[in-house]
Write a protein that binds this ligand. Structure first.
Ligand SMILES: Cc1cc2nc3c(=O)[nH]c(=O)nc-3n(C[C@H](O)[C@H](O)[C@H](O)COP(=O)(O)OP(=O)(O)OC[C@H]3O[C@@H](n4cnc5c(N)ncnc54)[C@H](O)[C@@H]3O)c2cc1C
Length: 393
């Protein structure tokens, strides 16, 4: 494979970098990136102001056709953008928009595409993702939330869980059971709608005491029939449209690389027992191992985008990339906290927390990342089946 980028791609990287550098200077004090944007009103205002600028430049949906507000770019350009944004900790991508946008793009009617895609591209909508339920996560097809036809609408009842960022959302997409007699995957329908009566979000406070996740209670929530994406009972395939745009998810590798650079600086500047941390053999070796791993993670992500740019299926490779980078972030966070000793356990907000408590926080967030978009075990199942051609479990 060719690891070089074209001159046009290098020029784009320069443009993205200039933008992201400038935006990162506007970040609120103590900004640590990641999901912190959703937590405070100040962080959310910063997120919204950046994302609006990104959308105005047409960068939010780089690979989309121009008629829907995209730039018609390929997977490599998308990768460069995600890499630069994550490296500079710029909070530019609204949550979940790819799942719903891909569903509309592939299965929506022409009216739905015209109605919804430009609004998504202009960052006018913040989505809550109503997929997982208390008893349906990895085995999502066992979900029990129901949708029953009533006149021009469907009436939805049930409960969803882990609804990330929903307290900042104005719209929701829901996968609900419309036919209990069909086989599990085949009786589900994909609904999109503005939030309204019948939807209640309750905070699900995370172990680091932040409010990012929610439980969602759905009680007679009405969705007009014209807001069904795809056909009734075919919602599974609509949801999978987003999943099928498998991504290398370079943001985890690029963000982790930046965090590692901060850890390296910390080790160069901090003494323990009179000796600079960076002079201790054990610490030097652990930093070197992490640096090699992150470089490998980045190159692996480049490889996936390169395969995609040649029209190859990448489910196993993208799954491996996500799995590797997620586990690596968890490893980085644990290593950093160990290196920092007791200071590493001090939480954000305290003057004693090194690097604004970044790693103490990351320790907790990153364990969630190994579950959120499909658990490590499920990713391994995909690699086993599609990559190693082992029999399906
Ligand atoms: C931080 C976070 C954010 C999330 N955000 C959202 C969101 O915004 N919207 C949303 O709808 N959902 C969201 N989720 C839910 C997420 O998609 C599910 O948690 C995930 O799919 C796992 O489902 P589960 O929690 O029910 O665990 P289970 O599916 O019950 O799994 C429990 C354990 O069993 C293992 N396991 C299950 N099946 C297999 C198998 N076939 N082979 C091997 N091992 C298996 C799993 O890997 C896991 O270790 C989020 C979850 C987290 C933790």
């Amino acid at each position: 494979m060719d690891f070089r980028f074209t001159p046009e791609q290098e020029a784009l990287r320069k443009e993205f970098t200039e933008f992201c550098k400038e935006e990162s200077n506007r970040a609120p004090e103590g900004w640590i990136g990641g999901l912190a944007a959703e937590e405070t009103d100040e962080g959310w205002a910063y997120h919204r102001s950046v994302v609006k600028k990104v959308a105005a430049k047409g960068w939010l949906c780089l690979p989309w056709p121009k008629e829907y507000g995209g730039k018609g770019h390929g997977p490599v350009e998308q990768l460069i953008f995600s890499e630069v944004m994550a490296y500079y900790r710029v909070p530019a991508i609204p949550f979940h928009f790819m799942t719903v946008a891909a569903g509309i793009m592939v299965y929506g009617t022409e009216e739905q595409k015209k109605e919804w895609l430009p609004k998504i591209a202009r960052a006018e909508i913040n989505w809550a993702e109503g997929l997982s339920e208390p008893n349906a996560g990895s085995d999502l097809a066992s979900l029990t939330t129901t949708a029953v036809a009533d006149g021009d609408s469907y009436v939805i009842n049930g409960q969803k869980v882990w609804t990330s960022g929903a307290h900042r959302a104005d719209h929701i997409f829901i996968l609900a059971r419309t036919d209990p007699n069909e086989p599990r995957h085949k009786g589900l329908t994909f609904f999109i709608n503005k939030l309204g009566p019948g939807i209640e979000f309750r905070p699900l406070i995370f172990m680091n005491r932040s409010h990012f996740y929610n439980e969602t209670f759905i009680d007679d929530f009405r969705v007009p029939k014209e807001n069904i994406v795809g056909k009734v009972n075919q919602g599974w395939y609509v949801m999978m449209a987003g999943r099928n745009f498998a991504r290398a998810n370079i943001a985890f590798a690029a963000g982790g690389k930046r965090d590692l650079e901060d850890l390296i600086s910390y080790c160069k500047e901090t003494r323990e027992g009179g000796e600079i941390l960076a002079k201790k053999a054990l610490i030097r070796h652990r930093l070197v191992e992490l640096a090699i791993d992150f470089e490998a993670a980045l190159k692996f992500a480049y490889y996936v985008a390169w395969l995609q740019s040649r029209g190859k299926e990448v489910a196993a490779e993208a799954g491996a990339c996500g799995y590797y980078a997620n586990e690596l972030n968890l490893h980085l966070a644990n290593t950093a906290v160990e290196i920092m000793g007791l200071y590493g356990t001090v939480t954000r907000g305290s003057k004693w927390a090194p690097l604004c408590g970044k790693f103490q926080d990351l320790c907790q967030w990153s364990s969630g990342f190994t579950i959120a978009g499909g658990t490590t075990e499920i990713r391994k199942n995909v690699i086993a089946w599609q990559g190693l051609k082992l029999p399906r479990d």
